[in-house]
Design a binder for this molecule. Structure first.
Ligand code: ADP
Ligand code: MG
Length: 461
């Protein structure tokens, strides 16, 4: 097939792909003849060839076959000369040379920091301001390792967990740390949503080559809330290629999502499996100690601007017990408290807390009922509900029963005697013993730990 034949044939594709796509992707193709039923085209670079192959190969093949050309497959050959020619050649009004090389010519523009679509990291989100506790220790350690910037140990680092547990904070902390220690590294942080919009915009403005080049030029890529691109096929596809290209170049990738890679619906299998190749770590729901630590830190921070701030004993413990949803809610509560305290010029007492946080406390209360906990625990351990609250003492019943007691203590605001009544009229000391036992075992028994994490997640939704 000569170039002339191709120039004639391709005109039919203009309507089918639209003017813009035609100019960007079809016009630049230069026929390199037909051999062994393979129609060959020269393209300025491999991105270009991949793109055309993925999006237009069938259409082109059909067009050729309709015209009686015996092609059953296409091949795209990179021709660097094409690129060099282009730079030297003035664009012609009609010829292929001028338009052919547009993407290549564009690519020559050096990429500046301000071209990167990500936002600069929030200076408040650092490792210093991140309180470490059992639920987030592993995620924190992994993030720190990545932030050292000393070679890629696991790729990608995949952080997942419920809302407000510190995923975004950790990613910013990595970016902040890298910026101070390794200023020469090009670090790009952006949300998956932003990734999608940049991609769509690049398609619209025909700057897809720039887009690809941009993302492939970073040393560390962080994409937050990846679940956002579930079900968005072409964005996923593009992400997958970016991901692979960076991994191939041994560049670090950090991702976050609200669930484990395998649990993201409407995400292609091959992407899910690639996501699991690195280190997948889970940020668990906060526990009481972590919440208390975070509250203490907030008070310390607030004291820096308002040294006269006084918090009555027991206030932080009360809040840590009662507001269990997530750190963002905790922070909101504290911000409001500090403002109130400053406004009315008095110390933060339990009374002030109950007055000014009534709505948040109520929302945290809706929570879980004892019934629900008992039902879910019985289901989880496959024991009868009647046995769970009954008198049987066998271990296979006793342990689940203690787990249920523990969950009632930490997930509801019921007192120990109340909980005791709901477990077949047991004494409050029995409940306390059960709660203590579970707390003790949790530090050594990882199976029990997993059970409890699972149950909490189910119960707290
Ligand atoms: P996610 O991205 O997981 O939804 P964020 O990282 O946005 O959660 O965290 C929500 C808020 O809680 C942020 O203001 C963050 O600074 C704060 N936060 C979360 N975890 C911690 C922690 N361990 N120590 C201090 N602040 C935290
Ligand atoms: Mg986030």
């Amino acid at each position: 097939m000569t170039q002339d034949t191709w120039l004639r044939l391709r005109e039919d594709l203009r309507k089918r792909v639209g003017k813009d796509n035609f100019t960007t992707w079809i016009e630049p193709l230069v026929s390199a003849g037909l051999q062994d039923e393979t129609a060959r085209f020269l393209v300025p670079n491999s991105f270009f060839g991949d793109w055309v192959k993925r999006n237009y190969a069938d259409m082109i093949l059909h067009r050729l076959q309709d015209a009686g050309i015996a092609a059953v497959r296409l091949e795209f050959l990179q021709d660097p000369k094409l690129r060099a020619d282009a730079r030297a050649t003035e664009p012609k009004a009609n010829g292929h040379a001028g338009t052919a090389l547009r993407p290549a010519t564009r690519r020559r523009k050096p990429i500046a920091a301000e071209d990167l679509p990500g936002a600069p990291p929030d200076p408040r989100f650092t490792f210093d301001s991140f309180v470490v506790g059992k639920p987030n220790a592993l995620a924190h350690a992994a993030a720190r390792r990545v932030a050292e910037g000393s070679g890629v140990t696991f790729n990608p680092l995949f952080l997942y967990g419920g809302v407000g547990l510190g995923k975004t904070h950790l990613m910013h902390a990595i970016a902040n740390h890298l910026a101070t220690r390794h200023g020469d590294l090009r670090v790009l942080y952006l949300s998956a949503e932003k990734f999608m919009y940049s991609f769509v915009q690049a398609l619209r403005e025909q700057t897809i080559m720039d887009f690809k080049e941009l993302f492939r030029s970073v040393d560390v890529l962080m994409v937050d809330d990846l679940q956002f691109i579930a079900g968005k096929d072409s964005t996923q596809e593009e992400f997958f290629h970016t991901f692979n290209a960076l991994v191939d170049q041994n560049k670090q990738i950090v991702l976050s999502a609200d669930r484990a890679p395998g649990e993201i619906k409407d995400m292609e299998e091959r992407i899910k499996s690639r996501l699991q190749c690195g280190l997948v770590v889970d940020l668990h729901p906060t526990d009481y100690e972590l919440r208390l630590g975070i509250l203490q830190q907030k008070v310390d921070q607030a004291r820096r601007t308002n040294p006269s701030l006084v918090v009555a004993p027991g206030v932080l413990e009360f809040i840590a017990h009662r507001i269990t949803s997530n750190v963002r809610v905790l922070e909101g509560a504290m911000t409001r408290l500090f403002a109130m305290a400053e406004l009315v010029g008095r110390e933060i007492t339990l009374e002030l807390v109950q007055d000014s946080l009534a709505d948040i406390l109520r929302a945290s209360d809706r929570k879980v009922s004892i019934d629900e906990i008992q039902r879910k625990v019985a289901e989880h351990y496959n024991v009868k509900l009647a046995d769970l609250v009954g008198p049987k003492r066998h271990r296979t019943i006793a342990r689940p029963r203690q787990v249920a007691m523990y969950l009632c203590k930490v997930l509801t605001t019921r007192s120990l005697p109340e909980i005791g009544r709901r477990f077949g009229g047991r004494d409050h000391t029995t409940i306390l013993h059960g709660v203590k036992k579970v707390e003790e075992l949790m530090s050594t028994d990882s199976q029990l730990n997993d059970d409890i994490t699972m149950l909490r997640r189910v119960l707290q939704g």
